[in-house]
Design a protein around this ligand. Structure first.
Ligand code: MG
Ligand code: MG
Length: 261
């Protein structure tokens, strides 16, 4: 993690454009994620969208935190009990009833964007639908708390409160983060905790807020196969939504929005 860096309105405008590339790509995936599509095809589509928009994939070649092979894909594509960092594969086909999280990063004009959404593949069971809706809404609650004068932990508290009211759990091992000319900056933005703690939110901060929510227990395990994929220890399903938010005097500004579907 690098230090906390505040952004000027001009920098926030570039980050808005960077994130718009991702929000448009995520919106375009809504009609493309259907039974029979492979996670590798999703990755190929995301890479094409990012490059055609003049961006560079930010995750491709990302160094492994403990010295393993760098991340091979443009997108992290995580299916069902996979939480984050799923490695895309041409031979992994999605089936009706799956849920799939697609997380993507871009480098554009010197600044990063980072965004994720979880999709239902065809018809999914009711609990999975509830998981997606509760996770999406918990992100909105977190965004609503991202206001000048609040503290970082107010965001996580809002997320956790909403998630647990639905009987689901929040992942602790992975957290949101500051973002700018580096993909991961200070402060860390946990999705849990007591209100009124950690750094005070000030104008010019840009935060990637990204709840990861499990149907069952919050515990995480790392896949031994690829060294990247993090999944739930109890095998329950997990969802992930992420946006970048600028802290402004007028309130939280979701970068890359509005977007036409
Ligand atoms: Mg991300
Ligand atoms: Mg992120």
């Amino acid at each position: 993690m690098s230090r906390l860096v505040l952004k000027s309105p001009a920098e926030i405008e570039i980050m808005h454009q960077a994130n718009m590339i991702l929000r448009r790509t995520l919106a375009a995936l809504r009609t493309r994620i259907v039974p029979g599509v492979s996670t590798g095809e999703i990755d190929g589509f995301v890479e094409k969208c990012i490059r055609e928009a003049g961006g560079e994939p930010a995750f491709k070649g990302y160094p492994h935190p403990s010295g393993g092979a760098p991340f091979p894909g443009t997108a992290c594509v995580s299916v069902n009990d996979e939480i984050v960092h799923g490695v895309p594969s041409e031979t992994r086909e999605l089936r009706t009833g799956d849920i799939v999280s697609v997380d993507m990063g871009v480098l554009y004009k010197g600044y990063y964007g980072d965004s994720a959404e979880t999709y239902a593949v065809g018809e999914v069971d009711e609990q999975s639908r509830e998981l997606l809706e509760a996770t999406r809404e918990s992100l909105q609650r977190g965004i609503d708390a991202a206001r000048v004068g609040n503290r970082v932990s107010d965001i996580g508290h809002a997320v956790q409160t909403h998630v647990e009211a639905h009987g689901f759990s929040v992942v602790r091992e992975f957290v949101g983060h500051g973002i700018g000319a580096s993909l991961h900056e200070d402060p860390q933005v946990p999705n849990f905790g007591s209100p009124g703690r950690r750094e005070r939110l000030v104008e010019g901060m840009v935060l990637a807020i990204e709840p990861m929510v499990n149907i069952g227990a919050p515990d995480v395990m790392l896949s031994a196969d690829d060294g990247w994929t993090a999944r739930t220890r109890d095998g329950s399903r997990s969802a992930h939504f992420e946006v970048c938010v600028a802290i402004t005097k007028k309130g939280p500004q979701i970068l890359g929005e509005p977007v036409e579907g």
